[in-house]
Design a protein around this ligand. Structure first.
Ligand SMILES: [Zn+2]
Ligand SMILES: [Zn+2]
Ligand SMILES: [Zn+2]
Length: 297
């Protein structure tokens, strides 16, 4: 079957975290520190400050380093270069904090988001070190969610939370309603809270959360075995025929449990490199069926 969009189409996908529609709020330029900027104009250190700000890519909380380093040719003992942080524009070496959270550092979180976008985009359509034919390999976007541990409130995109017809409104064994007609907005503190705390199986929820990384690990093992079985090869010999690539993020749901979003791609033999053509005996639909089928490991 021909692909519905070409690799070139998908490479054109844009990262919206930059550009005029998404101006970067640099905290240092607002609020009380703005007065400090005026001081820099007055004492002549504005150029050094601007250079430093550019060097850390506008990081809001750069790490300050002090010290020196000397590079010596191990063979001749010749000093090749020396660096002293005291010689840096502001007398201290600043490095970006690298924090991924936008509320901690708008600039570094964008750099992280952009890099992740480029990485994921290359994994889908090719680019960087990934060949373009990777776009022809089976690729799934799967969400792995915890089971229900009891009814909870939630925002439903402007719709009522848990509506029930009047003649269908039952109460739990503790006498609490199992319906909710409220429309919860995003950020509503009730979102994720149980309709009845006594009905909610909190102990199981905590255990599930604790074991989520191990559950994920076992899921990958099970999928590996399922793919090997489908291809009629041993698990240890799978690498000569196919490899499975993952890009996964964990997100918190309102009820406090993580769920995983994962891109799962089937590649050819590991030795043929990332994005090598996948085995013809396993198409996307069958690959999806193997991911869906639960197994014990
Ligand atoms: Zn930063
Ligand atoms: Zn509700
Ligand atoms: Zn109850």
């Amino acid at each position: 079957m021909p692909p519905t969009s070409t690799a070139t189409d998908r490479t054109a996908a844009r990262f919206d975290g930059f550009g005029e529609d998404f101006p970067l709020e640099v905290p240092a330029l607002h609020g009380p520190s703005g007065a400090g900027l005026l001081g820099r104009f007055a004492d002549g250190s504005m150029d050094a400050f601007a250079d430093t700000l550019a060097a850390v890519h506008n990081c809001a909380r750069p790490v300050r380093l002090a010290g020196s380093s000397t590079t010596v040719d191990a063979r001749t003992g010749e000093v090749l270069s020396t660096f002293r942080t005291a010689d840096a524009p502001l007398g201290v070496l600043y490095r970006p904090c690298g924090n991924r959270r936008a509320h901690v550092c708008p600039a570094c979180s964008r750099t992280y988001a952009r890099d992740t976008f480029a990485l994921i985009s290359a994994g889908i359509a090719g680019g960087k070190t990934v060949p373009e034919q990777v776009a022809d390999n089976p690729l799934l976007f799967a969400t792995f969610t915890a089971p229900s541990f009891g009814l909870v409130h939630g925002h439903r995109g402007g719709r009522p939370c848990r509506p029930r017809r009047r003649d269908d409104r039952t109460r739990c064994p503790h006498g609490r309603p199992q319906w909710c007609t409220a429309v919860h907005e995003p950020g509503d503190a009730r979102s994720g809270a149980p309709l009845c705390a006594d009905c909610c199986d909190v102990a199981s929820a905590v255990l599930w959360q604790w074991h989520a990384p191990e559950l994920w690990r076992r899921t990958t093992i099970a999928l590996r075995r399922a793919v090997a079985a489908h291809l009629g090869v041993t698990e240890s010999g799978l690498g000569e025929h196919a490899s499975i690539q993952y890009a996964k993020v964990a997100e918190y749901q309102d009820r406090g449990l993580v769920h995983f979003h994962a891109l799962i791609r089937l590649d050819g033999p590991a030795a043929a490199g990332i994005g090598a053509p996948a085995p013809a005996a396993l198409d996307g639909l069958m690959f999806a069926a193997l991911v869906r089928r639960p197994r014990r490991v």
